[in-house]
Each structure stands twice: as structure tokens, then as C-alpha cells.
Ligand binder design. Sequence first.
Ligand code: HAM
Length: 436
Amino acid sequence: MALNKQPYRGTRDFFPKDKRVRDYLFSIMTKTAESFGYESYDGPLLEEVELYKAKSGEELINEQIYSFTDRGERFVAIRPEMTPTLARMVAQVHRESSKPLRWFSIPNLMRYEKPQRGRVREHWQLNCDVFGAPGRMGEVEILQMAVELFQNYGANQSHFEILLNDRAIVDTVFITLMESTPEQSHRLYKIVDKAKKVNEEAIVKMVKEVGLNSKAEELFYSYLKLKTFDDVQSYLTKHNQLESASQFGLFVEQIQKLGLSDFITYDPTIVRGLDYYTGIVFEIFDKHPDNRRALCGGGAYANLLQIFNEDPLPGVGFGLGDVTLKDFLEVHKLLPNLDNPTNDIFITFQEDDGLDASMKLAHSLRKENLKVVTSLEAIKFKKVFPTADKKGVRFVTLMGSEELSKNQIQLKNLATKEQHTLDLNDLQTLIKIIKA
Ligand code: HAM
């Protein structure tokens, strides 16, 4: 029986034209992260399942993780997210590292999910995280970088929005004000997370099942109605949570000063499914009606290092997936045309005897950092230009019998159609024209 040529369900083959798109996405990610002084890191594909059990959350562990027992009886998983690996690595070095520690990575991750638009089983995810930043400045910087990243792809406010909440506020409401038990609070988190996907009736039913008193229910419903940063401040102040209001106020003031608040909307239903977040939580959404998906998710986590018995070190970061990002750039027509590769020059010869001179020429031009494609055999004049188009070159050289006898080539600029007859002993002129 013949084997299946298709990749495993939910994974992708990256043919050169797909890989060009991925390379483009990654290049902007790297450029942006480095422009903020973030250093590149990477970790292993496999981790002990325990690492995720500690803090990643039920959905990831129970439904999405790819796990198996290795030959040494260790229970391991293919990384479904990067944050636990990052925390494990930071736990090893944070004491001797100067703060803030700023790292980024673009790992491939695997989650057992139902493949659909924007969801696959293997995706690549830009992770940018900062540890040990003073006050709320880590959160501010991470949001600033996320916005600049999208701007570097040519996107603006009309294309995307950041929906943001703060788990410290959610806890203040659920625990301090509503006096709910840890178990009730856990259930309320789940309800809030679902709030936008179900109707009001379903919410009322779920809330009833939590068994809150009427005052707590009222507080919960009024919390769900908060829409702006001012609403949050008034709510907290009205209910005498002055410390919480002032903490959040400091953060809001900073993002307003930097103009970030134009991109950010307060949303009480954003809590995120991962257990480790303790501070701000946010998701970046596409505003296009055909692509209403989270492009990016992140937040602040104060206690992740404690699972390694280390002192707490506040961290904050985000993950941005390649699949949703590509869909986003496509629907907004922000993806450049990457149908063809890009090369500088296509070296051809029309007589068999031209091989040696052509190969030598190609070698010299590569030493000048040019991207050089050779025909490797004599090709007919009429085949030269269609092939050159597919190779995405700017220049073509031709060498027929006349040029060969004079040790010359014809150099043609495909855009301007300009043609030069050049001596092969005078490489400098050739290079000057190509690099001009
Ligand atoms: P996450 O929300 O699970 O966060 O994933 C972040 C982003 O990765 C999503 O918004 C989405 O674009 C992409 N993504 C996730 N799962 C899939 C999938 N199955 N198919 C395609 N794209 C997907 C985290 O993973 C956190 N660890 C991010 C983080 C870093 N928080 C702090 N630092």
C-alpha cells in the first residue's frame, strides 16, 4: 500500500513559497524584539509533563497535550506552550542575571486541537517575556512591543485591538468583595471566560449554580458591565478598594502617556485559560469580521518561579501565533507578494563551452554577497527570461558564441531592460552595476 503524502493532521509542510511567508513573519518578529533589546533563547521540544501540570491549566493538560512515556519510564510531553520552559530556564540563571531580563523565542508548539481556521496542531509562536522589571513597567513595555510589532507589519488601529483585564482586579471583586470561596471563584473564572460565547440566560443559569448570595450576584453582574478603565476605577472606588484602584490607576496612566490606550479596551471577560497569570491579561483581536480570533495572548505572572522553589520574580509576556497572524495579514492585504524567491542574478550560457567561465563568474559574485543562480547547462535564449522570472532575479547574464570568443558577457537589467556588454576580466564594473 502506498504511503500517505499528506502531513500528519493539523501540521503543515512548508514548501518554499510557504516558508518564504514564514520567514517574513519571523523576520519582523525578530527585528521588533531585538529593537527592544530582547535576547533570543530556545529550549527543548520535550519536557516532563509535571512542568505543565504545575500551572498551565486544565484544558491544556486534559485535552491538548501530546504526552508519552519514554524508554526510561519518564512521562514527557511535546511543548504545548513556551512559558513553563522559559520559567524553568530563568529559574536557573536569574540570580546572576541583571534585571530586567528580556528574552524572546519563536518555538514550534503542539496542541491536540480540532484543526480549523486559525487552529492547527503544530504552530509557531513568538514569545516575548520580561522578568524583574520595576513596578508596572514590564507590563507597559510588553504592550508597547506588541503594538509596535503589528505596526511593523503595516497594521494600525483600524485592524486590531487589545482587550485587557487585570487578574488582581478580578480577584479583588471575586474574593474580597463577593467573598467567594476558592472553588466558587474558580467557577466564576470559567463563567467569565465563556461570557461572550453564550447567551445571557446561560450565564444566569451558571451563576445560580455557583450558589452566591444576592449581594455577591449583584456585584458579579455589575462587574460584567464594566467597559472602560474609568468604569473600573469608579467600581473599585465605590466599593472602597482604594489600593487596588490606585495600583491599576498607575498602569492606566502609563499606557495613556505612551498613547497605547488608543489600542487597548478594558474587557471584564478576558481572564485567559492559563493558571499562572496574576496581573494584567490581554488578547489581541483582529477587527476584521471574517477573522474574529485572538491573534496573541499574554499577561503578567508573579509566582511562576516558585514551582522551582525560587523566590518570586515578576514576569510578563505574550505569545503570538503564526497561523492567526498570517490570516490577519491576508484579510487586511498586508502581506507582501512573496510568490517568487528573490535573487540578484541568473547566470546563463548558450554554448556548452561557456560552463567553466560561468561557474567562475558565479563564484566571484557570491564572494560579493550576491545571490547568484546558475543555469548549470547551456540554455536556449528563449528559455532564459521565463526562468529568470521564476527565480526572482534582477539581472541576467548571457554568453553566446561571440561573447565566449571575446571572454565577454551580456548583462541585462530585467526592470529597466538596459543591456551592457562587459568584459569578464573587468568584474568591478559588473559588480558596480548590480549593486547600484
Ligand atoms: P495562548 O493564548 O495559549 O498563550 O497562545 C498564544 C497565541 O498562540 C494565541 O493567541 C494563538 O494566536 C496562538 N495559538 C495557540 N494555540 C494555537 C493553535 N492550536 N493553533 C494556532 N495558533 C495557536 C500562551 O501560550 C502563553 N504561554 C503566552 C505567554 C507568553 N504568556 C506569557 N508569556
